[in-house]
Design a binder for this molecule. Sequence first.
Ligand SMILES: [Zn+2]
Ligand SMILES: [Zn+2]
Length: 237
Amino acid sequence: MKIGCEVLLATGSECGVGAIGRCSDDGRAFCMTHQGRTGSWFGMGVGTPQWQVQEWSDLCAPCCERRETEARKRAHDQEVEDRRLAQEKETRYGAAYLTNSARQDLIAAEVPAVEIYSRKHEVIKKLFGGQRTVERTKFQGNGWVLGEFVWEYQNRGPYGGTDGTEKVLTALLCEDLMPRPESWNGSWNEMFVTIAKDAERDLYVMTGKYNWSSHQIKSSEMYSLSAAIRQRAGMIA
Ligand SMILES: [Zn+2]
Ligand SMILES: [Zn+2]
């Protein structure tokens, strides 16, 4: 017995033309006209001839169309999701996270902060002439010790010097070292400082080894810094 195409026409009745195959999706028999096909365009670019190469499928036309619509929707949803994730990652891990949420997360998790001091040398005039230099420490503020991160420095100056990078113990200060100007453009020197443990006095001292403005935390460290902070705050394992 010859099987007729079972694809429904707009009128509501089956097509009925001699079937050439059966849909692998809904099992309907389909004729040549109602065989699903997908087309892809080939060409050399804008303004050049293009050819549509059709690939015949083992689906009936309605199922093929439905599948293509679903695939397009999936691709679109995936794109939206990818964009959302990328944005979330940027917010969570990027510079924005460090500026806006890092401290709140550490405070909320009650991660202990340590006292951080700065060291300065003072010249003292002796009573009977001459002078001597004494080292003093001054409380700068509280901060969280985050571990060793890469800083870069430019040692250019009247005597030349070498540029370079080094991995140093880094702390995030609880408050900016100096008030941040309105036009603040991304120097991290007000938030992060290099520190060293002064074993003798058992306190953390800022190591201003280089000229303030030419000693910066490397911008590529922002991601690992954020990760370290989130880890300290118990937000990631
Ligand atoms: Zn048909
Ligand atoms: Zn079908």
